[in-house]
Design a protein around this ligand. Structure first.
Ligand code: SAM
Length: 449
């Protein structure tokens, strides 16, 4: 078991250095045989990433040494220990402390014995005074209170409170801390729905329906990319909110479609499925490595109508005119925190400006490629006005030949989602919908140029 805490400690340090949590977790879980160890690994690994600020608040309260002066291995070991003491009823306090200290001892050189006894001392102290911890006063500093309680950087809390008010911000922060469940999109290009269900049953996978007919939420699954249905191309792992994009764009068989930022190919392959592999999808991405992921997905899912191109969409040139454009653009990702909790810590406020600028340049460069009456769906997995509403308003102001379409009627036709929405665009907030945060706006070209 101490080996497990050590592996968690090593993995968390790698996430701090920039590794993707989901990829790292998948590869670590493959090396663990015992089912309970897999679950404990996942719980502590994601728990520490999610609650980092809260755990640091606790450690800082009980340690005389400031956090910045601690070795990174010690600080991470403390977080692992405190997470178990505060969040995991099933792990006895003695075991939580012992295993965490052992992990720190193994990872540190012998010369750092003092740091090991320091870790032990701080954890014992926290365990003794567990009940005395006080959060920042809600009345005095509501945003600091939210930041510590839900463990989010203060700039993100300020942003959500400023845009949505205290109550909705709290709902969003809370939802971002719940572990997102895996959703499969059934891919009808490879198998019928009947075969899809048969394979799920054969693998003993339980599922439930979602607000989209072909999306199913999986129960208790550790490696969704290792099932028969996945390997045979009958399923793509995709969030339900993301699944709305290709449906809202209203593509038809035989159309010419431009996908401006395609990798890893979730929406491209969904569009291809709806178009029944007819017409053509020109799919761009700036990254060759990520385009390789699209290629793999195209072959696994039996998609044959996609032309992949490596390109910077902000500079891409093409004489062709398209019936539809999907602009699912790079963004700050604040709607995806439940599945990628490290987003909390990797970004700072400046990412919003940078992304809004890139999104503007990409849209501006491609609007002219749309045919008359053609439609462009803009989507992001984020929740900042600058990247969403403000950007679309600017585009509409500068391009009088484009009109904003009302997405509410289409939403009712394609999903069972019921949300109160007075706007023509669609904003899905985590906690208000049982899915990731997303923004959609549909633009129609109303005059020919
Ligand atoms: C939100 S992801 C797209 C997700 C994809 N549509 C899907 O459904 O699987 C954004 C993608 O934009 C790509 N990207 C970033 N900057 C770009 C640019 N200037 N031109 C084209 N692609 C870009 C990234 O490599 C990334 O794959």
């Amino acid at each position: 078991m101490s080996n497990l805490r050590l592996k968690i400690l090593q993995s968390l340090l790698r996430v701090e250095e920039g590794s993707y949590s989901n990829l790292l977790l998948n590869s670590e879980l493959k090396k663990i045989k015992d089912q309970r160890d897999k679950s404990l690994f996942t719980e502590i690994f994601y728990g520490v990433i999610r609650n980092k600020l809260y755990l640091d608040f606790i450690i800082d309260n009980y340690s005389k040494t400031p956090l910045v002066k601690m070795d990174k291995e010690v600080l991470m070991g403390l977080r692992i220990g405190v997470y178990q003491l505060f969040f995991l009823d099933k792990v006895p306090a003695r075991a939580a402390i012992y295993e965490s200290v052992e992990a720190v001892k193994t990872i540190l050189p012998n010369s750092k014995k003092g740091a090991v006894s320091f870790t032990n001392g701080v954890l014992r102290n926290i365990n003794r005074q567990h009940d005395k911890l006080a959060l920042p006063a809600k009345a005095k500093n509501p945003e600091k209170y939210l930041s510590v309680k839900y463990s989010y950087p203060i700039w993100m809390v300020n942003k959500f409170v400023q845009q949505y008010g205290f109550e909705s911000a709290e709902t969003i922060l809370n939802a971002g801390n719940k572990r997102s469940e895996v959703t499969y999109r059934h891919n009808s290009l490879k198998m019928t729905e009947k075969e899809f269900f048969q394979l799920l049953k054969a693998d003993g996978i339980e599922y439930e329906k979602t607000f989209l007919d072909s999306f199913f939420r999986l129960k208790k699954i550790n490696n969704p990319a290792a099932t028969q249905v996945f390997k045979k191309g009958g399923a793509y792992i995709q969030g339900t909110s993301a699944g709305l994009a290709s449906l809202l764009l209203d593509v038809k068989e035989g159309m010419q479609v431009l996908d401006l930022a395609a990798a890893p190919g979730g929406k491209t392959t969904h569009l291809a499925e709806i178009m029944n592999n007819t017409g053509e999808i020109t799919a761009l991405d700036i990254s060759q490595h990520r385009l390789n992921l699209v290629s793999d997905n195209l072959s696994r899912l039996g998609v044959t109508n996609v032309n992949l191109k490596i390109a910077d969409a902000a500079k891409y040139e093409d004489d062709k005119k398209y019936d539809r454009i999907l602009a699912d653009l790079p963004c700050s990702g604040l709607g995806l925190i439940s599945s990628k909790p490290e987003i909390k810590w990797e970004k700072d406020r400046s990412v919003i400006r940078k992304m809004a600028d890139l999104q503007y340049r990409i849209l501006n460069n491609n609007l002219s490629k749309l045919k008359k009456n053609g439609q462009l769906l803009y989507s992001t997995c984020t929740l900042t006005r600058e990247e969403n509403q403000d950007l679309i308003e600017r585009i509409l102001q500068e391009n009088s030949d484009f009109k904003l379409m009302d997405l509410n009627i289409k939403l009712n036709e394609i999903s069972s989602l019921t949300i109160e929405n007075k706007n023509k665009y669609l904003e899905l907030l985590p906690g208000e919908v049982d899915s990731e945060g997303f923004f959609f706006a549909l633009l129609k070209k109303v005059e020919s140029d």
